[in-house]
Design a protein around this ligand. Structure first.
Ligand SMILES: Cc1cc2nc3c(=O)[nH]c(=O)nc-3n(C[C@H](O)[C@H](O)[C@H](O)COP(=O)(O)OP(=O)(O)OC[C@H]3O[C@@H](n4cnc5c(N)ncnc54)[C@H](O)[C@@H]3O)c2cc1C
Length: 469
């Protein structure tokens, strides 16, 4: 570690982690159980799984225009080579859109006026946000075969025409890490995402906007809390990754050509220490564990189905290895003793059914907001992680994925469940990669814990060293 960096900053407590123990809330699970289970059992398996070709190449449309702030798109997309919005490209979701607490229409609520200043040049770093779209000739050849294979299946299921602009991106060439995307531009995205969480506590729904004070979460029903905590957990994960893979030294400043990347404890503390986050930092970290539990439960529920997937890449040896790795990971996930229990949600007749529709609509809007992210690499991972979370929520809450029988097998769906749809390749890839991002974030917390511990011991060591004769 760069010791200089830490010695100059006041960094004298374990406050980020002191409260990160015990019950998670809204489930029977606790933080310490997940820490052990993830770091020892899940993380290593996922790490090797997502390096497999099936999971490494993600098909995504990064060219979709931002549907929300067309009037100042140049400002929001300063460094994004995307044309300005055409009217036709704005999804016509106005019909039937409901919002409990806001009078604004979806179009006006994201305007510049509604949200303050947009970003400046300093909000983006062109180099750091650069997305490497390189795919080797050999991979291109293989991927052409996947398309033919998927098209045949998707024709059967109904192909999503909106994806005609989608391209494969090599995720290993574009690791999620610090990009320098910040300031009003990035804040506006988060603000808009939390605005979609229009399920806000009463009274004073916006007193701590964009976040909800944990003390107010109890004033919201379980479903609304789950929605908020899932988004907050995703936000935590993204920010933990940028702290953990931070640009410590610019390229050219040292001995490497790519710059020096590593954990930045000071940045981590700024984002999660209770003294700098109105006491909320540790709760935001807990939300990371919470969203991890949600996605893990979705994997367990859809496990029998996922075990039957082909994981087709055209290479029989690789495909068999992938199926084995999936089988192995899922058997570990099945063994988790405290899975999230989604059956306690949306049980309340017509009100609950209405809430479920709202839940889905608001989540869809969040995935649309991702098209407004002003840094390509952030957009890639933002889209992947929202698609992964959306797929998990679909598995957990869509009636098409509910077993008609009451839970005979720990809530796992039967392999040949009649009603559920087939998941598309991008959904499966996003689901496992999104879970892998959360898993890695939890693993990275361990690294910050160790750094803080050794830092707390350091002054004693330094005093002795300096004072000794
Ligand atoms: C979709 C997306 C992807 C991104 N990907 C990257 C990336 O890959 N690399 C990179 O370097 N940057 C990325 N960013 C930017 C990054 O997330 C921050 O927005 C940026 O670093 C500025 O941080 P900030 O301190 O202003 O607070 P932000 O993270 O922008 O948060 C805004 C406000 O939200 C509240 N808040 C913070 N965390 C939480 C939480 N967990 N739960 C609830 N409320 C919270 C706080 O009040 C905070 O002031 C991404 C942003 C978005 C929107």
């Amino acid at each position: 570690y760069d010791t200089e960096l830490y010695e100059t900053k006041p960094c004298d407590s374990n406050a980020c982690f002191d409260e990160l123990h015990g019950s998670l809330g809204d489930c029977s699970c606790n933080v310490d159980t997940i820490d052990y289970f993830n770091n020892v059992k899940v993380f290593p398996r996922l790490q090797s799984l997502v390096r497999k070709d099936y999971f490494r190449f993600y098909k995504v449309n990064l060219k979709k225009e931002c549907p929300f702030w067309a009037d100042d798109s140049k400002c929001a997309m300063r460094y994004c080579h995307i044309k300005t919005c055409s009217k036709e490209s704005v999804p016509g979701y106005e019909n039937g859109y409901e919002n409990d607490h806001l009078d604004e229409t979806p179009v006006t609520k994201y305007t510049k006026e509604a949200q303050g200043n947009c970003g400046t040049d300093a909000d983006h770093d062109h180099d750091l946000g650069y997305l490497n779209m390189t795919i080797s000739a050999a991979s291109q050849h293989e991927i052409a075969k996947w398309k033919a294979y998927d098209d045949a299946l998707e024709n059967f299921c109904g192909y999503d025409d909106k994806d005609v602009d989608a391209e494969y991106v090599d995720l290993l060439l574009n690791p999620e890490r610090f990009t320098g995307y910040k300031g009003p531009s990035a804040n506006r995205i988060w603000k808009s995402i939390y605005q979609e969480n229009c399920f806000r506590p009463k009274p004073n729904p916006y007193s701590s906007f964009p976040f909800v004070m944990t003390s107010d979460l109890g004033n919201m029903c379980l479903e609304k809390r789950v929605f908020y905590r899932a988004i907050s957990g995703l936000h935590t994960s993204i920010n933990v990754h940028l702290c953990s893979k931070y640009l410590l030294f610019e390229k050219g400043a040292g001995f490497t050509t790519d710059g020096e990347w590593g954990p930045n404890l000071e940045e981590f503390q700024r984002r999660f220490d209770p003294s700098q986050t109105f006491g909320e930092g540790p709760n935001w970290l807990k939300n990371l564990y919470f969203v991890y539990l949600l996605e893990m439960r979705a994997l367990a529920k859809a496990g029998p189905y996922l075990e039957k997937e082909e994981y087709y890449t055209g290479n029989p040896t690789e495909d068999e290895e992938t199926r084995q790795a999936i089988h192995n990971l899922l058997s570990v996930i099945y063994s988790f003793p405290d899975h999230f229990n989604e059956s306690s949600m949306f049980n309340g007749g017509s009100q609950a059914a209405k809430l479920k529709v709202e839940f889905r609509e608001h989540f869809r809007n969040i995935s649309r907001i991702m098209d407004c992210v002003g840094c390509d690499k952030c957009k890639l991972w933002g889209k992947l992680q929202t698609q992964g979370l959306g797929t998990a929520l679909k598995i957990l809450f869509s009636s098409k994925w509910n077993s008609p029988e009451p839970d005979p097998n720990q809530g796992k769906l039967p392999v040949r469940h009649k009603s559920h749809e087939r998941l598309q390749r991008t959904e499966v890839v996003a689901l496992f990669n999104a879970f892998s991002r959360l898993s890695e974030s939890i693993r990275q917390l361990e690294q910050f814990r160790v750094m803080l511990r050794s830092l707390n011991e350091k002054p004693v060591f330094l005093t002795c060293a300096k004072g000794s004769t």
